[in-house]
Design a protein around this ligand. Structure first.
Ligand SMILES: Cc1cc2nc3c(=O)[nH]c(=O)nc-3n(C[C@H](O)[C@H](O)[C@H](O)COP(=O)(O)OP(=O)(O)OC[C@H]3O[C@@H](n4cnc5c(N)ncnc54)[C@H](O)[C@@H]3O)c2cc1C
Length: 411
């Protein structure tokens, strides 16, 4: 396809952009994805490490029974693993008895229930405002908020979390979620290594300035992470201050995964989960033997993840090793070695892991998603009212934006 033929340009080839482009192609609309990286998938990214496909970005098919990626991955011939996730199972772990673990889970669900019950007519609050005064699990709830939202409870809108639709079914793709997302875009028209620096919507056609020259299109779908839209007031010409402001209300939280190899792994049950220190906010979560593999998936969230990114890659391993030695003894240090890590907050094409709404800013999702002049459309996980922060939410916003773009170019 030459630049002149493009009917709809899609800025960003993540789950949202890929979903949009494929829907447009099904409708016979000539669409081109402009993607800054040298690969498709964005925050969905599977790499090979230790002989296994591992996901450095999304790993769980949340709301799996209605998640469109479940069907797409199955149609690709991939294996859907239906083992319930560690966070859905009550189990003892070092530092917590089974009863304490159940009590913590009850406190977490009670907090979420209070967010769900927040009446729409009442002003929004932070999740920290909904904590029980003097409650016993404050530190661990804050740590888990770091895993869920990438930020501590005081930073997160209760209204937004209350709107999140979680069906409670969580599956995985053995060959990788990121691999499934990338394969879904494999035969689409894509310009890689093509970072869009400006979306100029002054003329009859939309003009996209990129690191690979100028493209023009009748309509465009902007499917960028909210953090990037917030960071660049000059991205649109003329400027779209409502979009910049809405995106700023939906920052991307800090979350990173480190994978470690684990020697003599058989000593642990598959899918064992442990918090490094259940009485501390700055702690990581460890999933031992995911899929039964001889490895550990370490999950860092919130301020801890941000701080470790600032300190460099070795700081993640040092932190994990110290916590794991604290849990399983000094000999454990010899059984682990780093396999793979990605720092999403330092990644120039993401600037964080997934979006949360600041207190009072839940409605920014609708503002970010709203079209401009019937030809500039928006997609991406941050645009989703109920499935934000997920790869399926991103996909669904891509489909919705594509439907609008089809109407725009086909009348
Ligand atoms: C550690 C981690 C764990 C996660 N776990 C889960 C999980 O278990 N389940 C789940 O559902 N979700 C999870 N997520 C979130 C999920 O990965 C994202 O919500 C989803 O992939 C976002 O898709 P998107 O299309 O909205 O954005 P992105 O995937 O970020 O796509 C945007 C694209 O735009 C590109 N881009 C950036 N700048 C430019 C530019 N200037 N010009 C052109 N292109 C540009 C980027 O390279 C990227 O490809 C996780 C994410 C992380 C980081």
């Amino acid at each position: 396809m030459t630049g002149a033929d493009v009917e709809v340009a899609i800025v960003g080839g993540g789950a949202a952009g890929i979903g949009a482009a494929r829907r447009l192609r099904e409708a016979g609309v000539r669409a081109l994805i402009l993607e800054a990286r040298d690969r498709l998938g964005g925050r969905a990214w599977t790499v090979e490490a230790g002989g296994y496909a591992i996901d450095l970005g999304c790993g769980w098919l949340h709301s799996a029974e209605r998640n469109p990626w479940t069907k797409i991955a199955a149609a690709q011939g991939r294996t859907i693993d239906r083992t319930p996730p560690p966070w859905a199972r009550a189990a003892s772990q070092p530092g917590l008895t089974a009863d304490e673990s159940s009590a913590f889970r009850a406190a977490l669900w009670a907090l979420h229930d209070r967010a769900d019950a927040l009446p729409e007519r009442e002003p929004d609050r932070s999740l920290a405002d909904l904590l029980e005064p003097g409650g016993r699990w404050r530190e661990l709830l804050d740590a888990v908020s770091g895993f869920y939202s990438g930020a501590e409870l005081a930073c997160v809108s209760a209204r937004d979390l209350g709107r999140y639709a979680d069906d409670g079914v969580n599956w995985r793709i053995v060959e990788g979620y990121g691999a499934a997302v990338a394969e879904h875009g494999a035969d689409l028209d894509v310009a890689l290594d093509c970072a869009v620096t400006r979306v100029d919507h002054r003329g009859r056609r939309i003009r996209l300035e990129t690191t690979r020259g100028i493209f023009a299109a009748d309509a465009a779908i902007v499917a960028l992470p909210s953090a990037l839209i917030a960071a660049d007031e000059g991205l649109f010409a003329p400027a779209l201050p409502d979009k910049t402001r809405a995106a700023a209300g939906l920052p991307l939280g800090h979350d990173d995964k480190l994978f470690l190899s684990l020697a003599d792994a058989e000593g642990f049950e598959p899918e064992t989960r442990a918090f490094g220190d259940p009485r501390c906010v700055d702690t990581a979560s460890y999933q031992l033997r995911p899929f039964g593999r001889p490895m550990i998936e370490c999950y860092f969230g919130g301020d801890l993840a941000a701080e470790l990114e600032r300190s460099g890659a070795a700081a993640f391993f040092d932190f994990a090793r110290a916590e794991l030695v604290g849990l399983y003894g000094g000999e454990f240090a010899r059984r682990i070695a780093p396999l793979a890590l990605h720092g999403w907050s330092a990644d120039p094409f993401a600037r964080g892991a997934y979006s949360y709404a600041l207190p009072g800013r839940a409605d920014d999702r609708a503002t970010l998603a709203a079209p401009i002049d019937g030809r500039l459309f928006f997609a991406g996980e941050a645009c989703s009212r109920e499935d934000f922060s997920t790869a399926h939410g991103a996909y669904l916003t891509g489909i919705a934006a594509a439907e609008e773009a089809i109407r725009a170019v086909r009348g």
